[in-house]
Design a protein around this ligand. Structure first.
Ligand SMILES: [Zn+2]
Length: 580
């Protein structure tokens, strides 16, 4: 039993692979007579421990599977949890939500419980029995999209390549290789464009019905409530878009003019955006996971001994047994490992876990410090008794991670002893932190239009996409599409969030402004001041509303044009200070 547990309600050694083992705890909570505020508080703690236990059961199975995809046993253990336990847990959870919402109205536990009550009451209000099958249908359509995209390969360099593998050719110094690779991928995607459009058409209709069933005019209001966006509205998002158009577009245009000149090309084509314009070879920051951990550990030690110690507590990166043996890191790319990277908190034991596929590239350094930021966030609130408060809204979780990408920059000499290499990496980081915003605005405006105009045709949609792209460029860049115009209206089909996680995207933009704010605080008031603010805010977990979390970090909760403009100007002046 963890010494941190605040409830002994669920035994630590419970076997969560059988519903009959878990079900009695749900039943007990459902049937328990709660007759006082103290009893309600106890009920909340007990429920929290049940949620944490179930959450950790899912986490360890997921971690084990992704670390060893060749093991049928591990895959079955995870799938069995998803297919047999979760469908039974969801309605049982909803019963508890209803009870909790009623209890919250009966017993006033004070401000501390404001967020958890608001979230629970809102989940109950949003629930409609008739929406359950629609959600299932939407999930199936999303997995159809994943299947179509996952099966896409092209013949290149005499080999069959996946589209993620094709991405590396965009960094080739040979322009004709980049062009050929880009076109091959665009053609492959175009082959399935109709199928993907049909999937999306069905999803738009289903989502519109989801919203209307729950009493909203459209899916927009439903999505905002379902995502817990209590503190901002579509109008705030529109103001964000306007700020990006006004301030970020000219910034990217200045960078692009320089890129065009350095590359010595007449116009920028879509395949000219990822290559190093100075013709440098790819950076080589580390050799393997253990080396990455050693260097990152030294970087964090220099940033702050406290963060260095927290990072060190996760291990040295040599344990590659996934979650087994209490390991907290599994970093090296190897056969039999799922793609991607993530940080997953094991809620009951309160131990963070970082998974990634490090291959010795600079983007692995970014992933490492990013996921470490998520782990710090979790570690700073491990003492919080309620699991609901041990995680924050995404708009703030990404502040924890993205700010580490920026705050560690002065220590990147750990990876790059050559100052020219370190500065090249820093330049890329700073440019990228702002350069990401137009694409966020593109995807966000597109979705607002899609779901406020759900009866649009595929032609209307293509026209709208081109109009938005005219405004925000191709990921911010004004590129020359001559001869390849037919691919332009299809670009949105690459963004998986549109299919699997509607409206999930603007969060990254809001968080990026927060991360930039913390970084600028470190430059203006010193690193310790910024790290104090970081700790103060991250220790709150999700116990306060979003604006209060920003406030605790000394940041405005404001993503309007003025904030965007101020940050762009500051980043540009920092970029000017970097030696070329
Ligand atoms: Zn993240």
């Amino acid at each position: 039993m963890s010494t941190l547990a605040t409830s002994e309600f669920v035994p630590a050694d419970i076997d969560c692979s059988k519903w009959e083992n878990i079900e009695p705890f749900f039943r007990e909570l459902r049937d328990r007579a709660v007759t006082s505020a103290e009893a309600f508080e106890r009920w909340l703690l007990d429920r929290s421990e049940l949620d944490a236990t179930a959450g950790e059961a899912a986490a360890v199975r997921y971690i084990a599977m992704t670390c060893d995809t060749a093991s049928d046993e591990k895959k079955q253990a995870y799938l069995s949890f998803v297919e047999n336990i979760i469908p039974k847990m969801t309605p049982a959870d909803f019963e508890l939500n209803k009870k909790q919402a009623e209890l919250a109205k009966r017993f006033d536990l004070g401000d501390r419980y404001f967020v958890i009550n608001r979230d629970t009451i809102s989940a109950v209000e949003l629930f409609r029995e008739e929406n359950v099958p629609l959600q299932t249908e939407l999930t199936k359509l999303d997995s159809d999209y994943d299947t179509i995209c996952g099966a896409m390969t092209v013949e290149f360099d005499g080999e069959e390549k996946t589209l993620p593998q094709m991405g590396t050719y965009q960094e080739s110094g040979d322009r004709s290789v980049r062009e050929e690779a880009w076109k091959r991928v665009a053609e492959r995607r175009a082959q399935d464009a109709e199928k993907i459009s049909d999937i999306f058409d069905k999803q738009v209709v289903l989502r519109d019905r989801l919203g209307k069933n729950a009493g909203f005019d459209s899916f927009v209001g439903y999505a905002f409530k379902a995502k817990g966006r209590f503190d901002y509205t579509p109008e705030h998002c529109f103001a964000f878009h306007a700020g990006i158009e006004e301030h970020v577009m000219p910034f990217v245009a200045r960078l692009d003019a320089k890129r065009q000149k350095e590359l010595g090309v007449e116009s920028l084509r879509p395949w000219d955006l990822a290559v190093d314009p100075k013709g440098g070879a790819p950076l080589k920051p580390f050799v393997d996971g253990a080396d990455l951990v050693a260097k990152t550990g030294r970087a964090f030690d220099r940033l702050s001994p406290e963060l260095g110690e927290m990072f060190g507590s996760m291990g040295d990166g040599t344990n590659t047994n996934g979650a087994e043996n209490g390991a907290s890191l599994d970093l090296d790319s190897r056969k039999g490992k799922a793609p991607g990277g993530y940080q997953y908190m094991r809620d009951r034991s309160r131990k963070a876990f970082i998974f990634m596929n490090a291959a010795g590239l600079h983007r692995d350094v970014e992933t490492m410090v990013h996921e470490a930021g998520h782990a710090f966030h979790s570690m700073y609130c491990t003492d919080e008794p309620l699991v609901h408060y041990r995680s924050a809204p995404i708009e703030f979780c990404e502040v924890a991670s993205m700010s580490m990408e920026l705050l560690t920059m002065p220590m990147w000499d750990e990876y790059y002893p050559e100052p020219a290499d370190a500065n090249r990496a820093r330049r890329k980081q700073m440019e990228g932190s702002i350069g990401l915003l137009p694409w966020i605005a593109t995807i966000d405006s597109f979705q607002h239009w899609i779901y406020t105009n759900p009866s649009h045709s595929q032609d209307d949609r293509a026209a709208k996409w081109l109009e938005i792209e005219d405004r925000f460029g191709h990921m911010g860049h004004r590129v020359d599409w001559s001869g390849i115009e037919r691919f332009r209206p299809l670009v949105w089909q690459r963004q998986g969030h549109l299919f699997g996680a509607p409206f999930y995207y603007v969060e990254y933009g809001i968080a990026q402004l927060g991360a930039l704010g913390l970084w600028l605080m470190s430059l203006e008031r010193g690193v310790p001041a910024a790290l104090d603010a970081y700790k103060r805010a991250m220790s709150l977990g999700g116990s306060k509303p979003l604006p209060a979390l920003f406030e605790a970090a000394g940041l405005p909760f404001d993503f309007g044009p003025d904030t965007v403009g101020r940050l762009v100007e500051r980043v540009e002046s920092e970029l000017d200070k970097l030696p070329e």
